[in-house]
Design a protein around this ligand. Structure first.
Ligand code: SF4
Ligand code: SF4
Length: 134
């Protein structure tokens, strides 16, 4: 059976909702997640923009961004959202989907050692490990 691009996009959007447990439709684009994010300056798409792209079904923009890899899984955004949208969970779901698809790790072991040597807080180290496929 041939799957159209539209169907594939719809499957992936459903996967994001199932894995993250979040409903992006709830977001009303207040930007509080972005304002609170400690690493937003390094992102090419801001956290609230990730949610907006997903609302619009614009997956490529999100999947090809560096944002989901820059995200440190600190959950600060989740605590600020007035609509109970946990952007950290959404970022995690996006990474999981990409890692499963590629079947490879985004980070190499050497990268994680570098993180350790630079005195990254524990949360950052755990976040780095979460970016491994296996
Ligand atoms: S804080 Fe919540 S409602 Fe506001 S932009 Fe971020 S996800 Fe959307
Ligand atoms: S979980 Fe990710 S997106 Fe949310 S505030 Fe932390 S670094 Fe930013």
């Amino acid at each position: 059976m041939k799957v159209s691009t539209e169907q594939l996009r719809s499957y992936i959007l459903k996967d994001i909702a199932v894995i993250s447990g979040e409903n992006v439709v709830e977001c009303y684009q207040c930007g509080k997640c972005t304002a609170a994010c400690p690493v937003s300056k390094a992102m090419d798409i801001l956290p609230h923009q990730v949610v907006r792209f997903l609302q619009l079904g614009m997956l490529d923009e999100v999947m090809e961004s560096n944002t989901i890899w820059i995200c440190a899984s600190c959950f600060t955004c989740a605590g600020r959202c007035p609509r109970d949208v946990d952007v950290a969970n959404i970022m995690e779901a996006l990474r999981v989907i990409l890692l499963r698809k590629r079947g490879v790790s985004r980070l190499k072991t050497e990268d994680v050692r570098l993180v350790f040597s630079e005195g990254m807080p524990e949360q950052g180290v755990v976040s780095a490990f979460r970016k491994f496929a296996r």
